[in-house]
Design a protein around this ligand. Structure first.
Ligand SMILES: N[C@@H](CCC[C@H](N)C(=O)O)C(=O)O
Length: 261
């Protein structure tokens, strides 16, 4: 069959998107999905998403990592699928959709390429030695790093993701250093098993962990620079729980095409 697909990117975290409202694609084929995400033998992407119809919501986001396996929430994927839904005319400037971690509310700019996505509330942060470990829809490890631009994020991220604590379920590994009025972050992603240019749930985890680390409470805004651009995180923190968390940034259509599968 012929697959009509769209390629989006959000701060360089890139995804294949398929309009599957008519359920034309059977997405339970991990080998096929991994091949579509392959940068040499396929379209290429950090993940692939299917936009599906869902009663009570504008749509459902069904997300797979580049390895073809279903996973937990993808923040940049969520922002890209909102831009895609707007492009298809499935939503207006605001939307309510269902993802693997529950309902999400999002707003999209008039231009259609900038999305503010509400993330799940977070009330638990653990420490693993000096690192912070928390779940912002996906599990994240957050560690400070010096000279982050020159760090071997693949080697160090791979080692942490595959240590005895995290090997079985996996974890996304974020390295952070202060940058201007915010932070610079690089992430090794589970399921891609490589560094990506941005990770939405990852920068969200970093922003929350930094508020806890520096004992900042109230209404907080945290700009974060990643390899693929700039993201912004807004939230409230009362010293115990993080609420009204929004991940904001670009979400752009790169190209569309057809592929025989
Ligand atoms: N790139 C994503 C995270 C996608 C899920 C992650 N790879 C996992 O399996 O936990 C984001 O923008 O949040």
């Amino acid at each position: 069959m012929k697959l009509h697909f769209y390629k989006y990117q959000g701060a360089g975290n890139d995804f294949i998107l398929v309009d599957n409202r008519q359920k034309i694609v059977n997405h339970h084929n991990a080998q096929l999905l991994a091949q579509l995400c392959d940068r040499r033998f396929g379209i290429g992407g950090d993940g692939i998403m299917f936009l599906q119809a869902k009663e009570g919501y504008d749509f459902e986001m069904v997300y797979y990592n580049a390895d073809g396996q279903p996973s937990s929430m993808c923040g940049n994927g969520g922002r890209c699928i909102v831009a895609f839904a707007r492009f298809l005319g499935v939503t207006g400037q605001e939307t309510e959709f269902l993802a693997v971690d529950g309902p999400h509310h999002a707003k999209i700019s008039e231009t259609g390429d900038w999305v503010s996505l509400q993330m799940i509330d977070v009330d638990t942060i653990h420490k693993d030695a000096d690192a912070y470990v928390l779940n912002t829809g996906s599990p994240h490890y957050v560690a400070f790093a010096d000279n982050l631009q020159d760090k071997n994020v693949f080697a160090d991220g791979h080692a942490i993701r595959n240590n005895d604590t995290y090997r079985a379920n996996g974890i996304n590994v974020n390295f952070v250093e202060p940058h201007r009025e915010g932070y610079f972050v690089r992430t090794f992603e589970r399921g891609v098993e490589d560094e990506t240019y941005a990770c939405g749930t990852g920068v969200t985890a970093v922003a929350l962990a930094m508020a806890k680390h520096y004992n900042k409470t109230g209404s907080i805004e945290t700009p974060i620079k990643v390899l693929g651009g700039d993201l912004n995180i807004r939230f409230n923190y009362d010293g115990n729980a993080f609420t009204d968390i929004f991940l904001e940034g670009p979400a752009k259509l790169v190209f569309e095409g057809d592929l025989e599968i």
